[in-house]
Design a protein around this ligand. Structure first.
Ligand SMILES: Nc1nc2c(c(=O)[nH]1)N[C@H]1C(S)=C(S)[C@@H](COP(=O)(O)O)O[C@H]1N2
Ligand SMILES: [Mo]
Length: 452
């Protein structure tokens, strides 16, 4: 296994991939364009709280054809990205390329097997706590080991080879004869602590320390175990609820990957975790009310936008934080839509909506009289009165049926024709914050003339 292709440089792919690449120039990375650009420019950096911090500069590409044809592919991306990744790697598989997955979820190995054949697939479980700080930079907090196994349970030469690769990289790697059971045991833990940390908005410890949650945790695990047996013929230990709690003691102060995804506004793996338990439970007549409730609550809690879709957040003195995507803005009342902003602002081109249209949707708290438009990077803000915003504000969100271009101040730009201050035309608006009284304003003291 000479050429190794790591897919993904997130908390899992980034951490393990960086270690593998450290002393092995044959480790390359298949990445999304944004991450690829960052890794190509600055390398891939691990900042570890418990081990070494380092940067590697591995070959990377967002098209697998641009990388050496792999003997081993390691999947370190989120479970929900599997389909896209399978399409990407298919054309570069050699007859004997092995695919190792380190992803969460108990169906990945089967999905890979159906698509590429059993002989290609090696199952894996990663035990790690790390998170993406920004593309190409991973913070590592705890653990960092893998368990791998053949679907048929044998200890094959390729397993030993993979184990050696990890060993040379300083990553503890264990071989198991029962990779399905290992995956289901992690599934139990994930189905408990991923949703609970999100719903409690806190660390694992919080879930462990509320006495009323003890029986809830046990019920979640028992439902997962029942589905493992009914749908997959994987018998789990009767003591799993106690085991799950025991494993968690040393992870008390962590959040979970679902918590991090949720906080970062990314999609979560709920469909592959509790949602999967519910779905299979229904098929096999296994009641899973607790997992059903968790799935529903997580889905209800999350913004439904995908991570790549730009949104502007509306918050501050409002009853409820709101997020507007381009689609949401285009669906605001027709009477407020400005299909051609050039008519009111001759040097501008694009589609916008009067700020009044956004105001109609937001429920303000009593006394609100100002609103601040903050740029995404937090460096520029303009605070105007509610009346000024209502009267003059136009929020640009589209040009030629696509995103409003970044160079022109997109994806969202405020313009205020008639206000008499060009400096109030905030580019790349990321947050709109309502307040009583003045708030942050970085506009230059001398107003720039409106007409040029
Ligand atoms: N995000 C952001 N928006 C901004 C600024 C800025 O520095 N950052 N400058 C402001 C100022 S002072 C002016 S005069 C106008 C200039 O807009 P223009 O580049 O389209 O002429 O943008 C305003 N919006
Ligand atoms: Mo300005």
């Amino acid at each position: 296994m000479k050429e190794i292709m790591m897919v993904g440089a997130g908390s899992v792919g980034g951490y393990f991939g960086a270690h593998l690449a450290r002393n092995n120039s044959h480790v390359s990375f298949l990445l999304r364009p944004k991450t690829q650009a960052a890794v190509a420019k600055n390398g891939l950096t691990i900042r570890s709280a418990i081990g070494e911090s380092f940067t590697v500069r591995p070959p990377s590409a967002s098209n697998p054809q641009d990388l050496p044809q792999p003997d081993l592919i390691i999947l370190g991306v989120k479970a929900y990205d599997l389909n896209e990744v399978m399409d990407q790697i298919e054309p570069v598989l050699k007859p004997d390329t092995t695919i190792l997955t380190l992803q969460n979820g108990v169906t990945i190995e089967d999905t890979l097997k159906m698509r590429f054949g059993r002989e290609r697939v090696v199952g894996g479980v990663a035990i790690i706590y790390s998170k993406i700080v920004e593309p190409g930079v991973i913070d590592h907090y705890k653990k960092g080991m893998v368990t791998i196994g053949e679907l048929m349970g044998l200890e094959t030469p390729r397993l030993l080879e993979i184990k050696d690769l990890f060993k040379e990289a300083g990553i503890p790697c264990f071989i198991t004869e029962d990779i399905r059971k290992a995956k289901w045991e992690k599934m139990c833990w994930n189905c408990v602590f991923n949703p609970l940390t999100v719903l409690l908005n806190d660390h694992v410890a919080k879930a462990l320390d509320v006495p009323e949650l003890k029986p809830v945790i046990a019920t979640i695990v028992r439902e997962v175990s029942a589905v493992a047996m009914a749908a997959h013929r994987v018998p789990l230990d009767g003591e799993m609820p106690e085991k799950v709690v025991k494993w968690s003691q040393e992870l008390r102060d962590i959040h979970t990957s679902m918590y991090d995804d949720w906080k970062a506004g990314r999609p979560t793996e709920i469909d592959e975790l509790n949602g999967y338990i519910v779905k299979r439970g229904q098929e096999f007549g296994v009641p899973t009310p607790m997992n059903e409730m968790l799935t529903a609550l997580i889905k209800g809690l999350l913004p439904q936008e995908s991570s790549d879709e730009p949104v502007v957040v509306v918050e501050g003195a409002v009853q409820q934080t709101l997020r507007f995507s381009r689609k949401h803005l285009s669906q605001l009342a027709l009477e407020y839509q400005i299909s051609d902003v050039g008519r009111v602002m001759p040097n501008m081109r694009g589609t916008g909506v009067k700020f009044q249209g956004i105001l109609d949707v937001v429920t303000l708290q009593p006394g609100v009289d100002h609103v601040t438009f903050n740029s995404q990077d937090g460096k520029y803000s303009a605070c105007v009165t509610l009346e000024q915003a209502r009267k003059f504000g136009i929020f640009l969100y589209e040009q030629d049926g696509g995103d409003f271009p970044f160079e022109r101040g997109g994806p969202f730009r405020l313009v205020t024709p008639g206000l008499g201050d060009l400096c109030a035309n905030v580019k790349q608006v990321g947050r709109i914050v309502f307040s009583q009284g003045l708030a942050q304003d970085t506009r230059p003291p001398e107003a720039c003339a409106e007409e040029r």
